[in-house]
Design a protein around this ligand. Structure first.
Ligand code: ADP
Ligand code: MG
Length: 392
């Protein structure tokens, strides 16, 4: 496609001396039209495109390239390619005079930190015969990979969590069979003992068998709770009032919070958020886990817990903030890891379950925390009409 205007132009240029004023205006019109077509094309491209000579002088760049590399339009020609992508220069075969030998195309994935931390795929493609003021040119195509990477890392992490949970759920399930057998045999021991002649020794045996059975029942309860928590149960989606469910959970745990001296405030600055498609029981489990963590973080001498609700274009947003002990960066980075806990008797499963449930809803959970200052948990649930995106 690009070859056509050039060759047409070449033909006309060959005859340019013979052209009158009208003919010349026509040619300029054609040139202008082609140019503005290319301009608009480069302006709408999401990939960054720039043209540099082999010394690294930038001769042209589109707005996307300017954004990705932090170059203002008025800096074109003043900033060199090797300056903005020094890592690229390092990987190239440079001549002693700083020229790049423009013979082959080169593709690199580079991390840039200015104007934002991003991973870019940079493709450097020699433009062949095209030259400007005697300099050979190369096109540089910049593709922002950051989002793709973040998404695939998230997927890997979610997969890892799932498989740990599957394993744990499997083990817990397997424990039930021997427990059942133990239970039955304890019943038998009790029955035989009761039939035996009464004596202090027999009475002690009956008592011991009863203690064992109670402990077995307790173990069974622990396993049920654990399975209930980690086994991904099917979502039963209903039109739900997320804030309403959070308020219900607050009412349930209200007495406990009051006992711990925690002051609770619910703020809804705008209208109440619209309904979302969600599994109400599972959402309550999310809120319960978060409120429990907040309370545990504020154990010493009470504190204040603030719930805030809002909405943006995409999601219903619920924020739960506490001014408890907060987390160090190291703790924060482990927060969603199964079995990570800093509490005596903690399971380290609460936040992982929170994350799993919210992801299953197409939502997310974000946590900001500062040691000694407190923690802010932000939940996003896709608005009902936006769920198409999540399915895609
Ligand atoms: P558990 O509560 O059983 O420890 P969680 O997965 O709920 O497991 O939390 C993991 C860890 O994250 C906690 O042990 C605690 O160190 C930290 N944490 C979670 N929520 C908060 C909070 N609101 N404030 C401070 N630390 C928190
Ligand atoms: Mg917890």
């Amino acid at each position: 496609m690009a070859a056509k205007p050039t060759s047409r132009l070449k033909k006309i240029l060959g005859r340019i001396e013979g052209l009158d004023e009208g003919g010349l205006a026509g040619v300029l019109g054609l040139v202008e039209r082609d140019r503005s077509l290319l301009d608009s094309l480069f302006n709408v491209l999401r990939d960054g495109v720039l043209v540099a000579d082999t010394r690294g002088r930038i001769r042209f760049l589109n707005p996307a390239a300017g954004n990705l590399l932090g170059i203002r339009p008025d800096e074109t020609g003043k900033i060199g390619l090797w300056q903005v992508l020094p890592d690229l220069a390092r990987t190239l075969d440079m001549a002693p005079d700083g020229r790049w030998r423009a013979v082959a195309s080169v593709t690199r994935e580079l991390e840039v930190i200015y104007p934002a931390r991003r991973v870019l795929r940079v493709a450097l493609l020699p433009l062949g015969e095209t030259s400007l003021e005697g300099e050979t040119l190369a096109a540089v195509i910049l593709t922002d990979l950051s989002n793709d990477l973040a998404r695939s890392e998230e997927r890997v992490e979610a997969g890892r969590t799932e498989s740990v949970m599957d394993l744990a759920a499997g083990v817990a399930h397997e424990l039930r069979n021997p427990l059942n057998a133990i239970n039955i045999h304890l019943q038998l021991i009790g029955r035989h003992a009761r039939r035996a002649e009464d004596s202090p020794a027999v009475r002690k045996m009956v008592e011991a068998a009863d203690v064992c059975r109670r402990e077995v029942a307790r173990l069974d309860g622990i396993i049920s709770n654990f399975l209930g928590a980690v086994k991904p149960s099917e979502l039963v989606l209903r039109e739900s009032d997320a804030l309403g469910l959070l308020e219900e959970t607050l009412t349930t745990v209200g007495p406990e919070l009051a006992d711990a001296g925690v002051h609770v405030e619910v703020r809804v600055p705008g209208e109440r958020p619209p309904s979302v498609l969600a599994d109400p029981d599972q959402l309550k489990q999310v809120f319960f886990n978060l409120l429990k963590n907040a309370r545990e973080a504020m154990s010493a001498g009470g504190g204040s817990l603030t719930v805030q609700a809002g909405t943006d274009d995409e999601a219903v947003i619920l924020v739960i903030a506490d001014n408890g002990g907060g987390m160090t960066e190291a703790e924060l980075s482990q927060l969603f890891t199964p079995y990570f806990t800093t509490k005596r008797g903690g399971t380290g499963l609460g936040m992982m379950i929170v994350q799993r449930i919210l992801r299953a809803h197409g939502g997310s959970v974000g946590v900001d925390s500062k040691k000694g200052a407190g923690t802010v948990v932000t939940i996003r649930l896709p608005r009902k009409e936006k769920r198409v995106r999540m399915l895609a």
